[in-house]
Design a protein around this ligand. Sequence first.
Ligand code: C2E
Ligand code: MG
Ligand code: MG
Ligand code: MG
Length: 284
Amino acid sequence: RAKKEGRGTHRLFTPGMDTHLQERHVIRQALHGALERGELELHFQPLVALATGRLTAFEALLRWHHPRRGLISPAHFVPIAEETGVIVPIGEWALQEACRTAATWPDPISVAVNLSPAQFRSRTLLAAVRRALGASGLEAERLQLEITESVLLLEDSLNLRTLEELRRLGVRLAMDDFGTGYSSLSYLRSFPFDKIKLDQSFVRDLPNSADCQAIVRAVAGLASGLRIAAAAEGIETEEQFAALRAKGFDEGQGHLFGAAVRGSEVPLVIARYQLSRNPRIQGN
Ligand code: C2E
Ligand code: MG
Ligand code: MG
Ligand code: MG
């Protein structure tokens, strides 16, 4: 359990019967008002074009600085924020903050923002996206929305309409964590995605696992057949990078290229990438 919670996360439970439930309750309470108290922050992780090593975008990732517990991972608190509905105002804030920050970056560099199912259900999503674009002045083409299959499970026609309207605004849509859901393929056929983002669980065992090699090859073929982009997350080694590039993946993200940094540090990352097409080769 603790292993799944990722880096920089404190173990939020102690051995005992219903500590897990208690823990969720404590988080739920503390999340209430976290936004107003300024405890939430967005960090930004680079995405690069695998063929050239150039920076294409940053993914905005939520961070919660709990006053006593320190940094809490979104993998831990986003599901609870979804249950209580507080993810809706948090998600709107993230859209605003991501667009505002990205509007200061050099032109082709985009920002990717994660959406949660509750934001779709609330039906305020389209207005929130319009507001975030309008207030920041960011071109719609530079905003990518990352959507997991769980978003699409219910009310297909409503979701389809929402996604089509988002696309009419000029926003790009990416299917996140591709391959982990129930019916990725039928969603790809029904919904207007611009990009597939292969889940990191398929990248982890590259290049040694023949199965993962086959899956990566098939997903690259699928994306090119659909004329959409193929991206991969969780790239940590040169070998994974090389395997994905050789199979025709367009874009990648992972610790090999850089972890998520504060908004104020993004210009440094951009400068580093502009100095050299491939800053990793210089040992950074
Ligand atoms: P995701 O959208 O799939 O984001 C990628 C996750 O992989 C991030 O975890 C990122 O830090 C991590 N990662 C990046 N490179 C590597 C790598 O090389 N190795 C490994 N092992 N991990 C890597 P993070 O930041 O903890 O976020 C976890 C999840 O929380 C995200 O998964 C996303 O589903 C959700 N999330 C984050 N921010 C938001 C948000 O603003 N709104 C919503 N609704 N969900 C969010
Ligand atoms: Mg994502
Ligand atoms: Mg992802
Ligand atoms: Mg993921």
